[in-house]
Design a binder for this molecule. Structure first.
Ligand code: CTP
Length: 397
């Protein structure tokens, strides 16, 4: 490690706090400068002296503790910190982080930090599975927190189940990965399409599909974290976009086409993750279509293929990536799409496989380029996004 980076270890009040001492020691051994903030409740489980002996710094406890260097300027700690790890993170402290409550040294400092944040939840299974906790964790993920664990096994309450704090060695690895994340897209403009499109029949009805937009949004987040200027052309979804991304909201395939094509000269990389409708109603009824006793046939016409248009008009140094969602003949169909759309890569997945496709947080993808295919195991959509970008970076060189 060239320069010594500061990791802030937040310790909240759970029995797993005893593991934080080992985590702290491992972080120091790995070469980090470690600052520790404990909540008052954590003092019931472990003493500040333990962390002081390990880090060589005074352990911070409360905003009103006026006796140490950050007494009035705790925000200066926020400036110095490269990553935050809160371990154990109780249901209570997760709830506070999720809702911006800053009522002690730890929550105040975390709110003031804009560095990567990792939480290692540890609690009783029922608390972890309570919808309130689940929602709070989802909120934190939306704000970019990395949630490590929890694992399953024996819990301090005597029960066995989900809620064990992730192992310290695993957490040290996650911190390393987070801090050493590549910035290999710096200076590049990346345009990503995401979500479904809506093709209106009349003022109240439309044709759409089940795309959640999760894959496209994961790509936007990953590209942003790797230094890209990201434009996200998004169909209607229920996801909060990562801040820092230029979001262009569209509804129909026509609007998505116009949004992408009008920006095509400014981009270095295109990733078409949207599930664009291939057909749209041939005519739009200005008035609501009234039912009759007869069956109704809809006349549909083809939409313009955005990926094909961009693939065939790309310049030599632009990289174009498309997706292929298939239910059969995955590789054959994806290879056909690679050729017919003149793409540099097709990300193929079989929607029938468990853990792949629409709405899930995971995906099982195969990366197909002119020089071969790479089958990947089941991964989170965030991990898939980075694998796709790893390949794009190589193609861009
Ligand atoms: N795509 C696009 N514009 C369209 C349709 C699709 O940009 N009008 C892009 C998608 O974003 C995706 C890829 O093309 O990257 C999907 O290819 P496509 O051949 O359209 O796949 P399907 O819609 O699944 O079509 P098919 O029914 O032929 O498999």
């Amino acid at each position: 490690m060239s320069e010594k980076r500061t990791v802030l270890l937040g310790v909240s009040g759970g029995i797993a706090a005893y593991k934080s001492a080992y985590l702290c020691s491992r972080l120091v051994q790995t070469g980090y400068d470690v600052e520790v903030i404990m909540t008052k409740n954590a003092l019931n489980f472990i003493t500040p002296n333990t962390f002081e002996a390990l880090t060589g710094h005074r352990t911070m406890i409360d905003t009103f503790d006026r006796d140490h260097e950050f007494s009035t300027e705790h925000v200066s700690l926020a400036d110095k910190v490269s990553a935050i790890i809160v371990a154990p993170a109780t249901a209570n402290v997760l709830a506070k982080f999720a809702h911006g409550i800053a009522d002690d040294m730890l929550t105040t400092t975390v709110l003031a930090c804009d560095c990567p944040k990792i939480a290692a939840p540890a609690m009783n299974t029922r608390m972890y599975e309570n919808p309130v906790t689940i929602d709070n964790i989802d909120i934190l993920k939306k704000y970019g927190w990395i949630i490590a664990g929890p694992g399953s096994g024996h819990l301090a309450c005597g029960a066995s189940g989900k809620g064990r704090m992730a192992e310290p060695d695993e957490l040290v690895e996650i911190i390393g990965d987070t801090l050493n994340k590549k910035k290999d897209l710096t200076g590049l403009n990346v345009l990503i399409t995401a979500g479904p499109t809506r093709e209106a029949l009349d003022p109240v009805r439309y044709i759409t599909n089940h795309s959640s937009g999760k894959m496209g949004y994961a790509l936007a987040k990953a590209a942003l974290s790797r230094g890209a200027e990201v434009t996200l052309v998004s169909g209607p979804v229920n996801i909060v976009p990562p801040s820092g991304v230029d979001v262009v909201n569209v509804n129909s395939a026509k609007e998505m086409y116009d949004a992408v094509v009008s920006r095509k000269y400014d981009q270095d990389i295109f990733i078409m993750a949207a599930a664009v409708a291939d057909y749209t109603p041939a005519s739009f009824s200005e008035q609501k279509i009234k039912k009759s006793d007869d069956d109704l046939s809809l006349q549909l016409e083809r939409t313009k293929d955005i990926l094909k248009e961009i693939g065939h008009s790309k310049t030599g140094d632009q990289v174009v990536v498309g997706f292929a969602m298939e239910t059969e003949n995955l590789i054959e169909n994806a290879l056909n799409k690679l050729k017919s759309k003149n793409a540099d890569m097709i990300v193929a997945n079989n929607t029938k496989e468990k853990g792949a496709g629409f709405g899930t947080d995971t995906n099982i993808i195969t990366l197909i380029t002119g020089s071969g295919k790479e089958e990947l195991p089941i991964l989170t959509k965030d991990e898939c996004a980075h694998k796709i970008l790893d390949k794009v970076v190589v193609m861009k060189k």
